[in-house]
Write a protein that binds this ligand. Structure first.
Ligand code: BTN
Length: 244
């Protein structure tokens, strides 16, 4: 497995995307940067991270052999690889805020940005970008952010963590390749943040409503929410925000 270590780059996701446009990239090629000048988050947001304190890296995953009618499973596999890694390092009270923010004691410690490489109308590969807050302890204007050091008081070795994440990614992608979708979905759902708890949401029109998160749809990855009158409604990513 090729690991490319960079001092600085705009974004490790962009780096891998450009690389894959000009040459064949080996499965699990990983790009790690000490500093990103234009780190990107979900939905066009920025991802900021103190130089050398955290993990900012991307993994190129060939998914051409996978039966991927449901690209959501790439999120499931990545989230599980991170959750199991963080469990291994004894990080407390882990959960996954749908679809793939990793929380510890209800604070975000890790963000995931998955970008797909499409060839002939199919997802050929995924670029899995991971921003894991490790040894940073100050998060200005981000009251819901935290890090492994803040949660445990310990300083962590970045290489040790990244190696464990890669090992776990391989393990969970193998399960996906073997078709164990149900097992993966069940495991993922056991970590779902606010599952079966009364929660407040906002829809596309800005309407606030309450309901109970019940799970995710196996076919679309949509969030299933139990509303009044025992109705379960499914929401996709762009149509719902969990207010917490
Ligand atoms: C989020 O908004 O929660 C997703 C954040 C993803 C950040 C990572 S850092 C490494 C990779 N390169 C990027 O530009 N973004 C991802």
């Amino acid at each position: 497995m090729l690991i490319i270590k960079l001092n600085a780059i705009d974004s490790t996701n962009s780096y891998l995307r450009k690389l894959s446009a000009v040459e064949i990239v080996e499965d699990y090629t990983t790009v790690i940067a000490k500093k990103q000048t234009q780190g990107r988050g979900q939905m066009g947001t920025k991802w900021s991270s103190q130089t050398s304190k955290n993990l900012t890296f991307s993994v190129f995953k060939d998914v051409s052999e996978f039966c991927l009618e449901h690209p959501f499973y790439i999120s499931v596999v990545t989230s599980l690889a991170l959750l199991k890694t963080l469990q291994f390092f004894s990080i407390p009270r882990l959960s996954v805020k749908w679809p793939n923010d990793i929380l510890s004691e209800d604070k975000k410690i890790c963000g995931i940005l998955i970008e797909n490489v499409i060839k002939q109308n199919n997802i050929n590969a995924s670029i899995i970008g991971i921003g894991l807050n490790v040894n940073q302890t100050e998060f200005k204007n981000l009251p819901k952010a935290s890090s492994l050091k803040t949660m445990t008081g310990k300083v962590f070795d970045l290489d040790e963590i990244v190696n464990k994440i890669l090992e776990n990614l391989e393990h969970y992608f193998l399960l996906l390749k073997k078709g164990h979708h149900d097992v993966l979905k069940k495991d993922y759902e056991t970590y779902l943040f606010r599952k079966n708890k009364p929660s407040t949401f906002k829809d596309e029109e800005g309407m606030v409503f309450s309901g109970f998160i019940k799970g995710v749809s196996g076919s679309s990855g949509n969030l299933q929410v139990l509303l009044e009158d025992d109705i379960i409604k499914e929401f996709d990513l762009k149509t719902i925000t969990l207010l917490y």
